[in-house]
Design a binder for this molecule. Structure first.
Ligand code: DHB
Ligand code: FE
Length: 289
């Protein structure tokens, strides 16, 4: 493993720009947990034991240790901790916190680093905010119903939708994109139904010109995620769902760098006679427990 290019990559706007934007956003979130000293002690003890086991198993050299230290410093300087953690760790945390309950509703997936709250509400049957250049992509008409787990429609539920543009950039995390581009909040009608027009997203490459990219290169991996829509679905009294939807047969659905695809989350849009991709997806919300 070597990161000889450490000095040369400084100044590239992409990894550093989106990394620092994600870090700045995260720093403004109120982050706290009520972890007891006993629990912290148990976690710390097991964590150090796991690190020791790996270090011994692979007979880690001093050069490797120094490269790791240098890399971790760079991850911080590039602001890439939210990116790296959400790609390599979040999916396990998501699974643990789903499996702990007896949920039967729609499966969750990782939030990732690019959610922004309070996206503007869009009119029923409306269109996601997008630029002229975004309209070169195939339109995607995304519709369906939000229900409880028994199939009863939930009126007034909200669906927050956000996704990348054709080039893989998220508004507010890359320069030059209107603030709420490809972000919106949809409210279900009296039957719990929703319908929105957006564009068919493309596979997404996580910023690969910074420390997360060097990390992936170092073990011969790839930086791609399958094309995806991000969603948060909320209705008072019900479990809030943070999830993603993917496209059946799309590239990287079976080797997502972030390990966040589940079979229940694959869409299969059909083309209508105007050339739109059209897809129905039902969200089932569990009661809050
Ligand atoms: C990352 C980006 C995403 O769009 C996503 O869905 C998950 C992770 C990332 O760069 O870390
Ligand atoms: Fe994403």
């Amino acid at each position: 493993m070597s990161f000889e290019n450490l000095a040369g990559v400084q100044g590239d706007p992409s990894a550093k720009g989106s990394g620092n934007a994600a870090t700045d956003k995260f720093k403004h979130e109120a982050v706290k947990s009520d972890t007891s000293k006993e629990r912290a002690n148990a976690i710390y003890t097991d964590l150090l034991a796991a690190i020791a086991e790996v270090a011994h198993k692979h007979q880690i050299t001093y050069d490797e240790y120094r490269v790791l230290k240098n890399w971790m410093i760079q991850v911080g300087e590039y602001g890439e901790w939210p990116l790296w953690l959400d790609v390599f760790v979040e999916h396990e945390i998501e699974k643990i916190n789903y499996d702990r309950h007896n949920y039967t509703g729609t499966k969750g997936s990782i939030e990732g680093p690019y959610y922004v709250e309070n996206a503007p509400e869009l009119p029923w049957n409306g269109e996601m905010p997008m630029r002229e250049q975004d309209k070169a992509a195939t339109p995607l008409i995304f519709k369906g119903q939000v229900t409880d787990v028994d199939g009863n429609g939930l009126a007034g539920a909200t669906i927050e939708l956000w996704h990348a543009d054709e080039e893989g950039y998220y508004s507010q995390f890359a320069p030059g994109i209107p603030e709420w581009n490809l972000r919106g909040t949809i409210v279900t009608n009296e039957n719990g139904e929703y319908e929105i027009k957006t564009l068919q997203p493309a596979p997404y490459q996580i910023p690969s010109d910074g420390p997360t990219g060097w990390f992936i290169d170092s073990y011969g991996g790839h930086p791609w995620r399958p094309a995806h829509l991000h969603l948060k679905v909320k209705n008072p009294g019900y479990r809030e769902i943070t999830t993603q939807l993917y496209f059946q047969g799309g590239d990287y659905t079976d080797n997502d760098v972030a390990t966040a695809v589940k079979p229940e989350l694959l869409l299969d849009p059909q083309t209508d006679d105007q050339g739109n991709n059209v897809v129905n997806y039902g969200f089932a919300l569990d009661k809050e427990d």
